[in-house]
Write a protein that binds this ligand. Structure first.
Ligand SMILES: [Zn+2]
Length: 320
């Protein structure tokens, strides 16, 4: 710990004991936002690509919307490299339309595409500012993103940008044109399969089996991906892909995208413990980010009332 951090820690210690109001604004303070929580619950998924939310947050979004929550998806890039043959500009336009079709299936409020180029996302200061403004404007209770250790450079950069914005979004002089909202979010990472520097830790689980039809319907909106770009990558003969919408969704049901199976495959014991007596195939999983405030008890209770299972010990992570 350097001198600066020691001084800051000392100031925070004094402030947190002297002023409950100050402590309430410090994202590291465990009780933060407890007094500010009110419905509707607001959730924002910030992914790198125009279909990431659908793989990692589809079931969760479906259930949140059904419960009256406000949900926004964000794609940092426009997806203009995700095809073998299409013109990048035409592909970006097509993928934007695909996001809007998926948004309608879920009934989410918005599917924002920020327009960075595919495969070129950088955790720049400019992007940090734009993401900060976006989060402040919506004032979500919960933000979900990628971990910054991931196979795809765009996922890593996106996770890094959200990590970078997480503390700064509470700093009023950073991007002063967009005021700091009363509620700053807790941040969660979506489930992944990567093990370095350490494997993903499932702190909250959401059953996906009971809404898998909606998830597949929404995923199927990303036609350029599910039925053109990805099949050859997964060894599926492109000629075996049907043409009609109904037939394509039926095809997806028979050929479930492997990303939807990931969390149950990697954490079978945790899933069994979370959902005893059920033999689930699809689960969304989330890890609490320690750079943000922890979810407060009212938020935990609201999400638990939707059937979401908290698997951490309930103690605030990152509150020290
Ligand atoms: Zn992606």
């Amino acid at each position: 710990m350097n001198i600066h951090r020691t001084v800051v820690a000392a100031i925070l210690l004094v402030a947190s004991t002297a002023s409950a109001e100050f402590a309430g604004r410090d994202p590291r303070y465990p009780g933060f936002a407890e007094q500010n929580f009110s419905l509707p619950f607001r959730a924002m998924f910030i992914g790198a690509h125009p279909d990431d939310a659908d793989y990692q947050f589809g079931a969760t979004a479906t259930k949140l919307v059904k419960a009256g929550a406000r949900v926004v998806f964000v794609s940092i890039c426009n997806g203009d490299n995700g095809h073998q043959t299409m013109d990048p500009q035409a592909l970006a336009a097509r993928r934007y339309n695909e996001t809007q079709a998926a948004a309608k299936v879920y009934g989410i409020e918005k599917y924002i595409v920020m327009g960075e180029h595919d495969c070129l996302v950088e955790p720049s200061v400019d992007l940090r500012k734009r993401v900060t403004r976006l989060i402040r404007s919506f004032a979500p209770h919960m933000v979900v993103t990628h971990r910054a250790c991931d196979y795809h450079a765009d996922h890593r950069a996106t996770g890094q940008v959200v990590n970078d914005a997480t503390y700064l979004m509470g700093v009023p002089l950073f991007c002063p044109d967009t005021p700091v909202p009363e509620t700053l979010p807790f941040v969660m990472y979506a489930g992944d399969r990567f093990t370095l520097p350490r494997p993903f830790r499932p702190d909250m689980l959401v059953e996906g089996d009971d809404v898998i039809d909606t998830t597949l319907e929404a995923l199927g909106c990303h036609e350029s991906q599910l039925f053109e770009w990805l099949p050859p990558e997964y060894g599926i003969d492109p000629n075996s892909i049907p043409k009609g919408r109904t037939e394509r969704i039926a095809f997806l049901k028979k050929n479930i995208p492997t990303d939807l199976l990931l969390n149950v495959e990697l954490h079978p014991d945790v899933v069994k413990r979370a959902f005893p007596g059920k033999n689930l195939k699809y689960v969304d999983a989330f890890e609490i980010c320690e750079y943000a405030r922890p979810p407060c008890q009212k938020e935990r209770a609201f999400l638990a009332s939707l059937g979401f299972r908290w698997m951490d010990d309930g103690q605030s992570r990152g509150s020290k």
